[in-house]
Design a protein around this ligand. Structure first.
Ligand code: TRP
Length: 335
């Protein structure tokens, strides 16, 4: 069976963007049709200045929210990256396959390193090696497919290059994965700044809908979304990013298979009506998440148990591959 692997960083509260863009599909499709592993990638949260207590809290919260979003422990493997040593163990070997130039060419590294320097902070070495650790996440588990957003495509390309190079030099050990773009999944933009992605770390939050926002809060955020000058409801992401974003969200919320935002536009004569319907649709889409979250949040021991079993399974998957990689590069097996 095709194996998929994806990861989510515990660096903020999960948003409607994470849900409609990725997580909902993991729950609705991938866990049924694939051998699926989903990982809260906590080691990746340490590449810029961090608060230890916050990382710990957000890691547990991300796992709880993924369960609330519909991942079923019997159908997929949900685990925390740092619980499975194989990730860090393989990352080092891949650092011996990757080049310094390759790592420095990563767009995300360049952007984030610049941001750190501008803020007067030093750039952690782990920010540079981050994509190599990500490659280790993917290759350790022999993933065939990696569903990721556009901003992660370059990292998956690097993963493919490292796997291919390793296999050529040392013998076939790794599956060479492909990035899959979650087909019709929505690209949800910030409601206050519809030209940038609705991100976990996005601004003060007025434009970001969090998965556990109360219905009134969701409504208020959607009703106050920035629209564009003009009054006509048309789908034109370039010229009318605000209205187009609402149409995308409405289309994505409607059903498991998103409707067509272009066709939806024709049904609306005013921004007000579009906002009201979008607000209702988002509240409805998030209702089951809120309900399941209530159950899982009341049972932290249950979440721990899911993560314990997940890590056990993940270790069993990754161990033989990482051991094989250690042998292949010439390291003497321990007896
Ligand atoms: N780098 C990804 C992000 O920032 C998270 C991630 C880490 C990931 N390891 C992964 C995604 C492996 C897919 C597969 O979103």
């Amino acid at each position: 069976m095709t194996r998929v692997f994806s990861g989510i960083k515990p660096t903020g509260h999960l948003t409607l963007g994470n849900y409609l863009g990725a997580v909902r599909r993991w729950a609705a499709v991938d866990q049924y049709a694939r051998d699926a592993l989903f990982c809260v990638v906590d080691l990746h949260a340490l590449t810029v200045e961090h608060d230890p207590a916050r990382v710990r809290r957000l890691t547990r919260q991300a796992a709880t929210l993924l369960l609330a979003a519909g991942l079923e422990p019997e159908r997929c493997t949900l685990f925390v990256q740092s619980h499975v040593d194989e990730h860090a163990r393989l990352s080092y070997l891949l650092e011996c396959v990757a080049t310094d130039g390759e790592a420095r060419r990563m767009i995300q590294y360049k952007e984030k390193a610049a941001r750190e320097r501008e803020g007067g902070r030093s750039v952690r070495l782990s920010l540079l090696t981050y994509p190599v650790l990500m490659a280790a996440d993917i290759l350790a588990h022999g993933a065939d497919e990696v569903p990721v957003g556009e901003d992660q495509q370059q990292h998956v390309e690097l993963t493919r290059a490292l796997a291919t190079r390793f296999n050529q030099r040392y013998g076939h050990v790794f599956t060479v994965p492909v990035a899959t773009r979650p087909g019709v999944a929505a690209r949800v933009m910030d409601l206050q700044d519809p030209r940038s992605k609705m991100g976990k770390s996005g601004g003060a939050g007025a434009g970001v809908v969090h998965l556990l926002d109360e219905p009134e809060v969701v409504r208020r955020k959607v009703m106050r979304a920035v629209t564009d000058s003009g009054t006509e409801v048309v789908h034109d992401p370039e010229g009318r990013p605000g209205v187009s974003n609402l149409l995308e969200i409405l289309a994505a919320c409607g059903t498991a298979e998103p409707a067509d935002p272009v066709a939806l536009a024709g049904a609306y004569g005013s921004y007000g009506a579009l906002k009201r319907d979008t607000a209702d649709a988002v509240v409805e889409a998030l209702r089951p998440v809120r309900e399941r979250h209530r159950e899982w949040a009341a049972d932290p021991g249950g979440v721990d148990e899911v993560l314990r079993r997940g890590a056990e399974r993940a270790r069993a998957v990754a161990r033989p591959t990482v051991d094989a990689a250690y042998r292949a590069v010439g390291l003497l097996p321990a007896v």
